[in-house]
Structure formats: C-alpha cells, structure tokens
Design a protein around this ligand. Structure first.
Ligand SMILES: NC(=O)c1ccc[n+]([C@@H]2O[C@H](COP(=O)([O-])OP(=O)(O)OC[C@H]3O[C@@H](n4cnc5c(N)ncnc54)[C@H](OP(=O)(O)O)[C@@H]3O)[C@@H](O)[C@H]2O)c1
Length: 332
C-alpha cells in the first residue's frame, strides 16, 4: 500500500491536526514511459506553508484533496522509461507519499555513492542552491564585506554564512538559542552569533558590526529584518530570501517600518526564487561538492521518521526544534 498525505483544509495560522489527512491506497501501476519511485526522505521546507494558502505566489497553491507537494529523494523500483533504471537514486518534486509514479519530468538522477542521499535535499539540494545563488548572485559579496544572515543555523542560512566565509567576508549569524549560536561559530566558522531569543538584535548588530552591514541575507523577516535595515552601510544589498516569522501570520503580515534606510544608504533589496537558477544547478553543485571534500562546507540534517508524523515534524520549522535541514524518513 502507498501512504499519501492529502491536503484536507487550509489552515489559519499554524497547521494543525485537520490540515492534512493520511490516505492509504494500492501502489499505482506504471504505464509505458513511466517509472515507480520509492521515496526514502521527504524535504520539509518553510515554503510549504505558503503553498497551502489560496493566494497568488510564484507557484500554484496545493489544491484541497491533492497530495501535499514536497521535494523528496528515493530509488527507482520499477521502470518502463529507458532513461531511468531500477536501482537509480532520484530526486525531484515527488510529494509527501511513499511511492510516486513519474514520467521523468522534474526528476533527476543523483550519484549518492560519495555522499549520503540526504545531502541532495539539503546542502546539495534546493536549500544549498538558494544559499549559493542568493549570496553570490543577489548579495554580490566581495572580500571584506560584513555579511549578516538570519535563520543562520538552518538549511539555507548555514550554507550562506559558510560561502561568505569562503569568499573572505566577516560573517555574523542570527539564530535562536545558545546551542545553535555555538554551532555556527564553533563548527561552521562564523565570526559571531546573535541569539535573537535572548539578545536585543539591534544592539547586538551594532556591537558585532560597528561599521554596519554590507549584505544582509534575510530568511525571517519581521523585527529582525527591521533591525538589520537600521544598520546598513552605503550601497548595501539586502537579499530577500524568506520571511518565516510571518508565514503563519498571513492576515497581519508585518513589513519593515524603516525601509527608508534603503534610500538613505543607496541600498538595494532584491527578492529571489531559487528555481530561476535551475539551469545553473549542476555547476553550483559541483563547486559545493568540491568545498565539501575540502572540508570548507559543513552541513547537518535533523531526520525524523514516519509519514504519520509529518505534521508534528513540520511544526519544528517554526518552533526551531531542529538543526540544519529538516527531513522526514518515509521508508517503512
Ligand atoms: N526564495 C527562495 O527561493 C527560497 C528557497 C528556499 C528557502 N527559502 C526561505 O529561506 C528561509 C530559510 O529556509 P530554510 O530551508 O533554511 O529553513 P530553516 O532555516 O532550515 O528552518 C527554519 C528556521 O527558521 C527559524 N525561525 C522560525 N521561526 C522564526 C521566527 N519567528 N523568527 C526567527 N527565526 C525563526 C528557526 O530557527 P531558530 O531556531 O534559529 O529560530 C527554524 O529552524 C525560509 O524563509 C524559506 O522560506 C526561500
């Protein structure tokens, strides 16, 4: 049988026990040109919260009654498609389910002989690509820049900070709690950390970046974005990657009151969507894999088990009870 997570209703605020329902149905038969994937791991991403709102975005909302959209990685277990062989590891948008039928569209084989397959949903997957193109192409970092990144112990932020270090920047990460702050400094090599749960972020940025910020990479929005905008240097770049602090607050979203700081500092604030860089992913993955082999790029995954535990695990994105990339193992 195939266990699938179905969108049952659109939540107001944090998703709860009624948002999704688990459905069991027979494993589907494949037709000519198709292949069957057994999903091993599902990627849990903050963006999934936006996909279940009925509002215009960069991607269609998930419809009520549909299988919840998600990135995943797994193995081909049956194939009637000459481009995909049984035993191959593949990643793509194969949703929150144990088995997926594909015709090959948006599904890519990966070589997991050198690194665990979980890395292809994290540092070598969509979050890693977001970090790479966000900080290099949008943030346009150069040596000596002062870079501040929020969500710094998460899947995107942890990679942003390390790439900025590789490029010779001074890096300050903002994260929740001492454990995460110690992790980004002691293990990832950030220059300093700000614990937004116990410190005043505005004062702490002033202290750690006395000359101000050249690049602020925003994963969280809200008050932290406002604090960072207050400390911009001239010609600063603000990378608008995400606003997780606001995702469960859609009717009352908070924007920065001090956006005039952009004008005063001749600064830019630019949104980015990682899929716009899809044709350059292979190049970026190769460079990132090289950094990993050289020991310059560390990554961590928090893996929970059981498709039944999807909703409880998903909440960890918003409570912060995880380190690095959040994954759900769905292989029985
Ligand atoms: N634009 C794109 O193409 C693109 C692609 C991928 C991701 N994103 C965005 O990038 C951001 C980071 O994604 P990710 O995959 O790396 O997630 P993540 O950081 O691995 O997980 C989310 C983290 O956000 C922090 N957080 C949650 N609520 C918060 C709040 N109210 N205030 C401050 N921090 C809070 C938590 O860490 P703490 O314990 O430190 O609070 C949590 O662990 C998200 O906003 C996501 O939507 C954008």
């Amino acid at each position: 049988m195939n266990k699938q997570l179905i969108l049952n209703e659109r939540p107001k605020g944090m998703p709860d026990g009624n948002t999704w329902v688990l459905k069991e149905s027979p494993i589907p038969e494949i037709q000519e040109g198709e292949f069957l994937i057994q999903n091993h791991y599902i990627s849990l991403d903050p963006a999934m919260r936006g996909w279940i709102n009925d509002s215009k975005s960069y991607i269609e909302p998930v419809q009520i009654g549909a299988v919840m959209r998600a990135g995943s990685i797994g193995k081909v277990i049956q194939s009637k498609n000459q481009n995909f062989q049984v035993g191959q590891t593949v990643t793509g948008w194969n949703d929150v389910q144990q088995y997926a039928v594909s015709n090959g569209e948006n599904v890519y084989p990966v070589d997991d002989s050198q690194v665990p397959m979980t890395k292809f949903l994290g540092v070598l997957g969509m979050p890693g690509m977001t970090a790479y193109f966000g900080i290099l192409d949008v943030g346009k970092i150069t040596e000596g820049d002062v870079v501040v990144v929020s969500g710094a112990a998460g899947a995107v932020g942890s990679v942003v900070g390390q790439i900025a270090k590789i490029r010779g920047c001074q890096v300050v990460g903002i994260a929740g709690g001492k454990k995460k702050c110690d992790y980004i400094v002691d293990e990832l090599g950030f220059d300093a950390a700000i614990d937004y749960k116990s410190q005043n972020v505005f004062d702490a940025i002033k202290e750690t970046c006395p000359k101000g910020i050249n690049v602020y990479f925003d994963n969280v929005g809200g008050e932290i974005l406002e604090a960072a905008l207050s400390r911009l240097r001239k010609h600063a770049r603000v990378v608008l990657c995400g606003a997780i602090s606001q995702y469960n607050n859609i009717d009352n979203m908070k924007g920065p009151r001090n956006y005039m700081s952009l004008l005063v500092n001749r600064a830019t604030m630019q949104g980015m969507v990682v899929m716009d860089y899809a044709d350059q992913f292979p190049m970026a993955m190769q460079q990132m894999a090289g950094w990993m082999l050289e020991g310059k790029l560390q990554s961590n995954e928090s893996v929970y088990e059981g498709i039944e535990n999807f909703q409880e695990t998903f909440k960890r994105l918003f409570t912060g009870e995880k380190l690095g990339k959040l994954l759900l193992k769905v292989l029985d």
